[in-house]
Design a protein around this ligand. Structure first.
Ligand code: NAG
Ligand code: NAG
Ligand code: NAG
Length: 321
């Protein structure tokens, strides 16, 4: 009897650890923002806007870009801490993700950087230089932003992704871990196979590339599965991969014409994941590079190690504010 109740206590403790930890949304505004980009498209971008805490030193704007298969929700634990430190933090679902529009095309990362620039400059009327931070596919877009809009970018921090057109890209693209780069890019087939099994497919990425797994609760996977079950959401996510061949071409052409990006750059990687040595790749495409390698962490930096992520980003952007 006594033993049994100890077991119950232990089970309860385990259950409380498995629950998603809370996060403070009290100062966020979340809205579906219509934009009209210079390429002539009208889109709606679901965006979180978190103002700096009013009694903090006002430090500028940080735009944060998620990866696949995630949404702006990826940054739920880091938005308010950055705002507490005096930054306005803007976190959109990019085209195709979450509650944003899911157009048929336009998933090239230079185009997606244009969407973001339109959101910042034309909707929010922010003309000062901003800090751009991106993880995974969001990292490809962050680099493209710093390349295309250097005069509007104070600093850029990106990683956990091979950038199309680099030497590292060639190495990772053909590795077994990146099987989905090829699979997701096949026309139509992945939609046909994954529809109705969104949860199984996307959870395999959270489990497969995480080192710290405390954040992968049933509740959270349900949340993301719901996002990817929306009409067009799977297709839109796969279009990110179908655009890679064009991204390789555009990135190489840009680098040949302009040389490396000159915006101050931070390479951000998980120390326990296969991309940990990505710093060399960042130096292939940017001139002034610092490194943040978060120890014992896998691919989902802001979910696995939010404290270290915030500390590293604040230290870096603070030098360029
Ligand atoms: C700002 O306000 C918060 C919440 O009221 C408080 O905890 C914090 O100490 C204040 N900070 C400064 C620098 O005054
Ligand atoms: C940006 O400026 C335009 C033109 O002055 C205005 O209509 C719009 O409301 C402003 N946007 C925001 C978010 O303040
Ligand atoms: C950035 O500003 C410089 C100096 O005004 C200008 O020469 C350059 O063309 C601008 N670059 C871009 C990409 O707009």
């Amino acid at each position: 009897m006594y033993l049994l109740s100890i077991c119950f206590v232990l089970l309860n403790i385990a259950a409380s650890f498995a629950a998603e930890t809370t996060f403070d949304t009290s100062r966020w505004t979340q809205s579906k923002i219509p934009i009209a980009n210079p390429s002539g498209e009208s889109l709606v971008l679901n965006t979180i806007d978190s103002p700096p805490r009013s009694n903090a030193t006002q430090n500028g704007v940080i735009l944060i870009l998620h990866g696949w298969p995630e949404t702006s929700h990826q940054f739920r634990h880091v938005i308010t801490p950055l705002s507490d430190a005096g930054y306005r933090v803007i976190v959109p679902d990019y085209r195709g993700a979450g509650l944003s529009s899911k157009p048929k095309s336009g998933y090239e990362k230079f185009q997606m950087a244009e969407d973001m620039h339109t959101l910042i400059q034309s909707h929010f009327n922010i003309s000062e230089k901003i800090h751009v931070v991106g993880n995974d596919i969001g990292g490809m877009i962050a680099w493209a932003y710093s390349a295309r809009y250097p005069n509007d970018t104070a600093s850029v921090a990106w990683g956990e992704v091979p950038l199309p057109g680099t030497v590292f890209w060639e190495e990772i693209y053909s590795s077994p871990e990146a099987y989905h780069f090829s699979f997701n890019a096949v026309p139509d087939l992945p939609e046909a196979l994954v529809t109705g099994k969104e949860r199984t497919y996307i959870q395999s990425f959270y489990d497969g590339v995480s080192v710290k797994t405390h954040w992968i609760t049933d509740e959270l996977v349900d949340y993301y599965a719901h996002q990817f079950s929306r009409p067009g959401a799977l297709r839109a996510g796969f279009e990110l991969y179908r655009a890679f061949a064009q991204d390789v071409k555009e990135n190489k052409e840009w680098l040949e014409k302009n040389g490396k990006v000159k915006v101050p750059t931070l390479g951000m990687f998980g120390g326990a994941f296969v991309l940990a040595n990505g710093g060399e790749m960042v130096r292939e495409v940017a001139e002034a590079v610092e490194d943040l390698v978060i120890p014992g962490t896998g691919h989902w930096l802001a979910e696995e190690s939010p404290g270290e992520w915030v500390e590293g980003v604040l230290k870096f952007v603070g030098k360029h504010s």
